[in-house]
Design a protein around this ligand. Structure first.
Ligand SMILES: [Fe+2]
Ligand SMILES: [Fe+2]
Length: 170
């Protein structure tokens, strides 16, 4: 099926409209208990990536499948363990496959969303190319969010967290 694409008018409205069913699901809320980067847990990180991806598409007026962009971004790190504590081997290479399997089982993702999740670690997973603009936007947004979360000032109400809280997303 061909994706139907349009421009984004309001990042947070799009996140609420297409993301609440995932964000409020108790299986997704577990991600709050996993440390992701210096100032973020995995839940915060997934929402932050979604915010940045939507802002990017909006700013550059890129037509996207808005629902799939939201869902693929939210679920890209839905692999379901605390990587900082357990330090599994090859986490960087293996976690996209796990996240895609979990997302398919729990949220019934479509092919576009699956490809976004599988390809988000490019270029670490060099041969798993993204096949869509949504997947490319996710790979960029993931790296930007990581930098933001690593270098953000500590404090619950600062930076990306404050923006998400104001939008009733955290
Ligand atoms: Fe990831
Ligand atoms: Fe990520």
């Amino acid at each position: 099926m061909k994706a139907s694409r349009s421009r984004i008018n309001d990042t947070y409205q799009a996140m609420r409209e297409h993301g609440y069913e995932i964000i409020l699901d108790e299986r997704f809320l577990i991600l709050k208990s996993f440390v992701q980067h210096r100032t973020s847990n995995t839940y915060d990180h997934c929402l932050n990536v979604t915010r940045i991806a939507l802002n990017m598409a909006k700013k550059f007026r890129i037509k996207v499948d808005i629902r799939s962009l939201v869902r693929g971004c939210l679920l890209h790190d839905y692999y379901g363990y605390a990587w900082r504590d357990t330090k599994p081997r090859w986490h960087g290479h293996r976690h996209p496959r796990l996240a895609a399997e979990n997302a398919k089982r729990d949220f019934g993702i479509n092919a576009l969303e699956e490809n976004m999740i599988l390809g988000h670690m490019w270029p670490i997973n060099f041969f798993r190319f993204f096949k869509s603009r949504e997947a490319f936007i996710l790979t960029l947004a993931d790296k930007m969010a990581t930098l933001e979360e690593v270098f953000a000032p500590r404090g619950e109400y600062e930076g990306y967290r404050l923006k998400l809280r104001r939008a009733e997303l955290l």
